[in-house]
Design a binder for this molecule. Structure first.
Ligand code: DI6
Ligand code: FE
Length: 423
């Protein structure tokens, strides 16, 4: 049976868990002595153990002995598929070069583009699978993966296809995003508008091949202008693809307001977001995806306007932004701590950011909470309360991981990845 096939409608009753369901109501959606029933890939019932209805159809019962259970974690922003790494650039930055200077002199994203184009399909897949397994070992069950290191039609398609292959070969949901408008490739130096014209023509083919779920762009001084971003978004809309945006990361381009006009699923980064941008996001129901790994690694000092987002009621998600240049992070659990320490989110806000709000940032209504009718994607932790996972760092006590009702070894995937794929 393949990893992706839905298990038979086997009913399992999981009892005596501390449940952080994130369902509306109590803080954390907390249930002290909780139980839930999985039926195949879905949750059939969630509630207090004392309220568990008698169910003769249950095939198996598991006593969780008070362990914490949360929804499977969702990493709503990654650039997981690429060749090479940028450890050398890290050293340059330690000697004083800025991220923007390195980008302007042909390093940065362009260096990764060269390494990505040089990598074979199998190499791209194997390196991305190794990274995905490390995320999965910490209870991650859904990830988003962007293209954006191919920057030519065939190479962008190869990267999206590698992301789709992750979902076929690993017990993991993968949403793909086309990010051709990430940087200007060398063939188009000095001709950004011509590049955007070309990138617009690739989207229909990506969609026809089933390679893409959403469209993103990098709207910034070292990326693309709002007018160029708008052209990509217009083509996405014509094709019925939702959009998201790398917005106001290094400067305020009013990108969030532009994305909001297109009903964007999310605007991501947002360190330089204005009050106008956050109001526009609220009005369009756009999620703010905050990326503390990139803030930390680039030693940014301008914080995203968390109090304004909170006051405006804009849902906040937290993601790794895993990429080789600005956030080589492979721990979504660590991002919980960073979101609290650096961005001053509450532990509950940070957790909602990797569950309910992350699901919304991907347009997925079937996950992110533990509730009847949603997917049976969950993690069992060696902890009594989710706050502990936001408080500790360098420590990810995932004990069990269940994806679509099927238990997968939470720890082994990462270890076997290191054995099998690092040679
Ligand atoms: N913003 C980022 O932080 C990443 N992409 C983007 O638009 C960085 C990508 C890289 O440096 O490779
Ligand atoms: Fe990013």
């Amino acid at each position: 049976m393949s990893l992706r096939s839905t298990p038979p409608d086997r009913r399992t009753c999981w009892r005596h868990a501390r449940l952080a369901t994130f369902a509306p109501g109590a803080p954390w959606g907390w249930i002290d002595d909780g139980a839930f029933v999985t039926e195949g890939a879905q949750l059939a019932w969630v509630g207090a153990d004392a309220d568990l209805p008698p169910d003769p159809r249950v095939d198996a019962e598991v006593n969780l002995e008070g362990a914490l259970v949360t929804p499977g974690l969702i990493d709503a922003h990654t650039h997981l598929v690429y060749g090479g790494d940028r450890a050398g650039e890290f050293e340059q930055r330690l000697q004083g070069a800025s991220y923007e200077e390195i980008a302007r002199t042909g390093g940065g994203i362009r260096a990764t583009v060269a390494a990505t184009r040089a990598a074979s399909d199998d190499e791209l897949f194997a390196s991305a699978a190794k990274r995905a397994r490390l995320l999965m070992a910490e209870g991650v069950t859904t990830i988003e993966v962007k293209s954006g290191y191919g920057l030519a039609e065939a190479h962008e398609a190869r990267c999206l296809a590698a992301a789709r292959r992750l979902a076929r070969e690993l017990p993991l949901e993968v949403r793909t995003t086309s990010l051709a408008a990430h940087a200007l490739p060398p063939e188009f130096t000095g001709r950004p508008d011509a590049y955007i014209d070309a990138a617009c023509t690739w989207l229909a083919g990506q969609k026809a091949r089933g390679l893409v779920d959403a469209v993103d762009a990098f709207c910034d001084t070292i990326g693309f202008t709002p007018a160029q971003t708008e052209r990509i978004f217009t083509e996405a809309r014509r094709l019925g693809l939702p959009v998201k945006l790398h917005a106001e990361q290094l400067s305020d381009q009013d990108g969030a307001a532009l994305a909001a006009r297109f009903g964007a699923l999310s605007c991501d980064h947002l360190e330089h977001l204005s009050a106008r941008g956050s109001a526009a996001m609220k009005a369009s129901g756009t999620v703010a995806v905050l990326l503390p790994g990139a803030y930390y690694f680039l030693r940014e000092t301008k914080l995203p306007p968390v109090p304004a987002l909170r006051d405006a009621g804009v849902p906040m998600a937290i993601a790794t932004d895993h990429n080789p240049g600005s956030s080589p992070a492979l721990s979504l659990v660590l991002m919980l701590n960073m979101a609290c320490t650096l961005f001053r989110l509450t532990p509950e806000e940070a957790w909602r950011g990797v569950t309910v709000h992350a699901a919304r940032a991907l347009g997925l209504a079937d996950r992110g909470m533990l509730a009847a009718g949603l997917r049976a994607d969950f993690a069992v932790w060696d902890a009594e309360h989710p706050c502990e996972l936001a408080y500790r760092f360098g420590h990810s006590p995932c004990r069990r991981r269940v994806f679509g009702g099927r238990e997968t070894d939470a720890a082994m995937p990462a270890r076997s990845a290191c054995r099998n794929e690092s040679s």
